[in-house]
Design a protein around this ligand. Structure first.
Ligand code: HEM
Length: 314
C-alpha cells in the first residue's frame, strides 16, 4: 500500500510520531503507541442478517480467519498491566480474506477520543509533555483541557482496568460507511463486546494484580476454550455527526450484530508477528468505506510509516 502524497498530512504524521517518542522514549522495532501487546488467532463468523448492513466479503462468506492484537495504552513497552495509564486497552482485528488480502478494525476500550483532529491531538500531547502533572490546573495541560471540552470529557471518563482482555468492550470510535448488496448505505461505529461479559476491577483490586496479569491471563483463558466477542455496529440516525470521534450518538440508536469473533490460540513466534503486522484503520474493502473523519487518513499514514520503520529496525 503506498503512502499518501499530501505533504501536510505526512509532516503532521511525522510530528505526532516524534511527539509520542518524546513522551515515552523511542524503541526501534516496537510501536510508539500501544507498544505492549499480544496476538491471537481465530475465526469470524457472520450473524444472520449482517448482510443487510454490508456486502463486505467477510460478512457474506461462511467464515474468515482472524488475527487479533490486544494491547496496553502508551508507548512504554514494559508498562505494567496494572498501571492506570495502561488504559484504554487496544484491540486490533485483521480479517484475512485471502493471501495478502485483508481488512482491519482498530479499536480501543474507551468509547470516544479526546480530539476531533490530528492537529489538536498534537497540541494535546505537547501540553501533556510540558506539564507538571502534580499541578495540572496551573499547567499547559490544564489550559488545553479548559479550552477543549471534548478532551476534558475524555480524560474524565472512567477507564477501569479489565480482569481480562477477553472481558473488555472495544470501540471503533471513528464512523464507517456500510453499503449492502442493494446499495443501501448507513454510517456506523464498531463495538466489540465480550461474550463472557465486561468485568472491571476497582483501584484496589487493580493495584493488587501483577504487572503481567493480563498477558498471563489470556494465555490461560484461551487454553480452556475460545475467547469470544460479538462484533456489533452502532448505526447512525438522521442528523448524527459522522466525521467527529469526540461526538457520541444517542444510546437509543440501533446496534446491529455483524458476527462473532472466536479466538482459539496464541500466535506462535509472536514477537516477530507483532513486528511485522501493520494494522490499517481504513477498511479498503468493498461494502465498508471510511467516513470523512480526519483521524482516519492521518492514522492510516502514521501506522504505515511507523510500521515500516518497525519492520526495518535492527
Ligand atoms: C491522532 C490520533 C492518533 C494518533 C496520533 C495515534 C497514534 C498511534 C501510533 C503511532 C500507533 C502505533 C502504530 C504502529 O507502529 O503500528 C498507534 C497504534 C494504535 N492505536 Fe492509535 N493513534 C490515534 C488515534 C487512535 C484511535 C482513535 C484509536 C481507537 C479507536 C487508536 C487505537 C490504537 C490501537 C489499538 C493501536 C495498536 C494497533 C496495533 O495493535 O498494532 N488510536 N496509534
Amino acid at each position: 500500500m503506498p503512502l499518501p502524497t499530501d505533504e501536510k498530512l505526512l509532516a503532521l504524521s511525522e510530528d505526532l510520531i516524534a511527539q509520542l517518542q518524546a513522551i515515552f522514549g523511542a524503541y526501534p522495532g516496537l510501536r510508539p503507541a500501544h507498544a505492549k501487546g499480544t496476538m491471537l488467532t481465530g475465526t469470524f463468523t457472520p450473524a444472520a442478517g449482517a448482510a443487510s448492513v454490508t456486502r463486505a466479503p467477510h460478512v457474506t462468506r461462511e467464515s474468515t480467519p482472524v488475527t487479533v492484537r490486544f494491547s496496553n495504552s502508551t508507548g512504554l513497552p514494559l508498562v505494567p498491566d496494572n498501571d492506570p495509564n495502561a488504559n484504554p486497552r487496544g484491540m486490533a482485528v485483521r480479517f484475512n480474506l485471502a493471501e495478502r488480502s485483508h481488512t482491519d478494525i482498530v479499536s480501543h476500550s474507551t468509547d470516544g477520543f479526546p480530539t476531533h483532529t490530528g492537529e489538536e491531538f498534537l497540541a494535546f500531547l505537547k501540553a501533556l509533555a510540558s506539564s507538571d502533572l502534580s499541578n495540572i490546573p496551573a499547567s499547559p495541560l490544564g489550559a488545553f483541557l479548559g479550552s477543549h471540552p471534548a478532551a476534558l470529557a475524555f480524560v474524565q471518563t472512567p477507564k477501569p482496568a479489565p480482569s481480562s482482555f477477553g472481558r473488555e468492550s472495544y470501540f471503533g470510535v471513528t464512523a464507517m460507511e456500510f453499503t449492502n448488496a442493494e446499495g443501501v448505505t448507513r454510517f456506523g461505529r464498531y463495538r466489540i463486546i465480550p461474550e463472557a461479559g465486561n468485568d472491571h476491577l476497582d483501584d484496589a483490586a487493580t493495584a493488587a494484580k501483577g504487572v503481567e496479569y493480563l498477558f498471563e491471563e489470556i494465555v490461560e483463558r484461551v487454553k480452556t476454550g475460545p475467547v469470544a466477542f460479538k462484533l456489533m455496529v452502532q448505526l447512525a440516525g438522521e442528523g448524527d455527526v459522522v466525521d467527529d470521534a469526540t461526538i457520541h450518538w444517542p444510546e437509543s440508536r440501533e446496534v446491529a450484530e455483524l458476527g462473532r469473533i472466536e479466538l482459539t490460540a496464541m500466535v506462535p513466534d509472536e514477537a516477530e508477528a507483532q513486528r511485522h503486522i501493520i494494522f490499517d484503520p481504513i477498511p479498503r474493502v468493498d461494502g465498508i468505506e471510511p467516513s470523512d473523519d480526519p483521524l482516519l487518513e492521518l492514522r492510516a499514514a502514521i501506522y504505515l510509516i511507523s510500521g515500516r520503520r518497525r519492520r526495518e529496525a535492527k
